[in-house]
Structure formats: C-alpha cells, structure tokens
Design a protein around this ligand. Structure first.
Ligand code: MG
Length: 314
C-alpha cells in the first residue's frame, strides 16, 4: 500500500493512494505513526475499510500533502558516506576534516523540526549559511522494535520507504567540531515523502535516485550502489540500541552534491530542488527567504572562502 498524509478541512488526515485519487481513511485509525505502531492489525483495519468501498475519494493533485510522518519520537537517524562515489568526491573538500574510507557505517542525527512536506517551501536564510546543499536520499521507517537485529532478519523490521532531501549547510557542518548535527538540523529544511510505500511493494535496490536543481540533473544513482546495504545499516544501528516502530532512517546520498562540484554549486532563494525515486514519486521544493537569523549574536555566515557558484552558472 501507498499511504499519504494531507490536510482535509483543516485537519491532518491519512489515506491510501489509488491511482490519481486518495481513499480517505477514518479518523479512528489515527495518523501514520499510529498505523505503524498498530502492526498487522492496523494494516488489516485499513484493508477492511478499503474493501467496504465507502471511503470518500479525493483528487490527489488537489491535496496539500504533509510529510508522511509528522510526529517523531526522536531525531531522524541518518547515514553519511553511504555511496563510495560520494565519499570519494568529497576528498580534499572537507576543510581539513578528511578521514580514511570507513569500515562501518557513519551515523549521525538531525532534528525532527527539519521535516517538511513534499511540496512545501524550504526555509532559506543566507545569514545562517553560505553553503546550502542538496542530498537526495532513500528514507525508511522502522515497523517492528528491535535491538541488536541480525542483518539476515533486518528487512522484516522495515515498514516502508519514502524520499528525503537531506538539505545541508556545509559551513555549519564543518564549524562545530566536525560533528554534523548542526549543519543538518536547520528548521524546516528536510522535505519528506511524498508517500510512504509499504515494504512489500518496493525492492529498495531497484530504486534509481535522482536530484535536479532548477531542472538540471545533479545526482543520478542506483540505491544498489550503497556502500552498506540496508540490512547491514539496521544491524549496525540497532547494535545495543533499540530501534522502535516509527523511527525514521535516511540512508545516505550518492555523488553529485554541490559542495563537491567544480565549481561548487550552492543553493539560494528561488531555486527549486526535485528529488525522484523509482516507485516513490518525487519531492519538489522551492527555497524561500525566511528569517531564521532574527537578532542572533552569532555573526552571519559570509561565504568569503567558498568560491561557490550558483546552479544557474554551470
Ligand atoms: Mg545525507
């Protein structure tokens, strides 16, 4: 099944996508986090509601889609450097923070307040960063709790998949001790969706991921190129640490990010970023000037050292 979250009569609702329509599910089923936590019984209730044939149908293209998950119980769990061509393209461009090729997955987290809908504007403020970058990623949602999950049973813990754009601020990523949290956690900057596709409907290795900036193809790769495939990611991430139903994991981005280009390409207000994935639809988001700086005592980022170019200059 393919689930969507959206607003209907001013209320957040969920539905099942059927072609160009969405079957509106009863309020009693709650949101998608409730459906995920409800396990097989909740999915059976959804299927029964569909079979009843009385669910209102809404035109998909007239809905304001919300991120599939709006309530996360903790930070978004993230994987870095999970495509070797992306790891290699960044060599010499990490401002003294280069490391040897990792032997195990690289993990970090980002704030849940980054999450926005699949068509929402990305909050942009040039004073917060001079190095705004895009990252097309496959996201997965955990469906069954587990700790120290074995790789050979890990796929049973995946509830479904969607797309994410892990918009990053490269200068903030480097500025704070080489830890990535800060440069990955600016409010209202991570589009998620457009749908949550249940794991039985998608072979993640068949997904081709693409990212376009203002219509120009910047990233184009197969998820099968992952350095550490999903079962290994789940085994390592859950090692001694419980993953819970509803946890969101973003699985890394392939080559082609703006920071690694010659010349570098950084996003600015007015740019439109599209992230596509086979069987998953697309995220289309515009960067819009937003006051994220307020009266901060931290000096605005200037970018004097970036030598950056805008996508339109390529
Ligand atoms: Mg990323």
């Amino acid at each position: 099944m393919r689930f969507a979250s959206f607003t209907c009569d001013g209320q957040a609702r969920i539905g099942v996508v059927e072609g160009e329509e969405v079957a509106l599910l009863p309020l009693a089923l709650g949101d998608l986090r409730d459906v995920i936590a409800g396990g097989d019984a909740a999915l059976q209730a959804v299927a029964a509601a569909q079979r009843g044939g009385k669910l209102p149908r809404l035109a998909l293209d007239r809905l304001r889609l919300l991120p599939p998950l709006q309530r996360l119980r903790r930070d978004v769990l993230c994987v870095g450097w999970n495509y070797w061509d992306h790891f290699d393209e960044g060599k010499g461009k990490r401002e003294g923070q280069d490391v040897p090729r990792p032997q195990a997955p690289t993990f970090f987290t980002k704030s849940p307040d980054t999450v926005i809908g699949p068509r929402d504007d990305i909050a942009f403020d040039a004073r917060i960063s001079a190095k705004w970058d895009y990252e097309a990623e496959l996201a997965l949602v955990i469906g069954t709790d587990g700790r120290s999950i074995r790789a050979d049973s890990a796929m049973r813990h995946v509830w479904g998949y969607c797309l994410a754009n892990d918009v990053s601020q490269r200068d903030l990523q480097r500025r704070h001790g080489g830890q990535w949290l800060k440069g990955k956690s600016i409010d209202g900057t991570m589009p998620l969706g457009p749908f949550l596709v249940t794991a039985d409907e998608l072979d993640p290795e068949s997904v081709r991921l693409q990212c376009l900036v203002n219509g120009e193809l910047m990233q184009d790769a197969s998820v099968a190129q992952m350095a550490f495939p999903i079962p290994e990611l789940i085994a390592e991430l859950s090692f001694g640490m419980t993953l819970q139903a509803g946890d969101l994991v973003i699985t890394g981005t392939p080559a082609g990010v703006g920071n690694a280009r010659e010349p570098q390409v950084f996003l600015r207000a007015g740019d439109t970023v599209t992230v596509r994935g086979t069987g998953l639809g697309q995220l289309v988001n515009r960067l819009v000037d937003t006051d994220l700086y307020h009266q901060s005592s931290v000096p605005a980022m200037t970018g004097n050292d970036t030598g950056g170019a805008h996508a339109g200059n390529l």
